[in-house]
Design a binder for this molecule. Structure first.
Ligand code: AMP
Ligand code: ZN
Length: 114
């Protein structure tokens, strides 16, 4: 989508700090980090939110989690733990309408969320 900020990051039209990329997904640093490690994992294909992902495309979700695990192991925060968050819709606090998974680590994260 031409007016989507994350699609424009995928296309290279908007700068980002990329940590991982393959043919299906991209991982880059969140511009407003909420933890020492705060990465966003996104499919390159545009989906507004989880609600738009159908079973045909659902492999991408598992792939994103496997890449998150690999990053945790490579960066060493697998030992202390981490959190993956996917906000969906207004009440979920989603502000960018291109599905994304937050990977947060490097501090003791509280629960419940605000
Ligand atoms: P959410 O509130 O779950 O929709 O999260 C959207 C996230 O995208 C927020 O954590 C923002 O800081 C982040 N964000 C927005 N624009 C950019 C950008 N250009 N580069 C990196 N992260 C961004
Ligand atoms: Zn998009």
């Amino acid at each position: 989508m031409s007016d989507c900020i994350f699609c424009n990051i995928v296309k290279g039209n908007v700068p980002s700090q990329i940590e991982f990329e393959d043919d299906k997904i991209m991982v880059f640093k969140d511009i407003n980090p909420q933890a020492p490690v705060h990465l966003l994992l996104i499919p390159k294909k545009h989906f507004d939110s989880l609600l738009e992902v159908d079973s045909e495309d659902s492999d991408i979700i598992g792939h994103i989690y496997m890449v998150a695990k690999k990053i945790a192991e490579q960066q060493g925060f697998n030992k202390d733990g981490f959190r993956i968050v996917m906000n969906c819709g207004r009440d979920g606090g989603q502000t960018v309408q291109h599905i994304h998974f937050h990977l947060l680590a490097g501090r003791n994260l509280q629960w419940p969320p605000g």
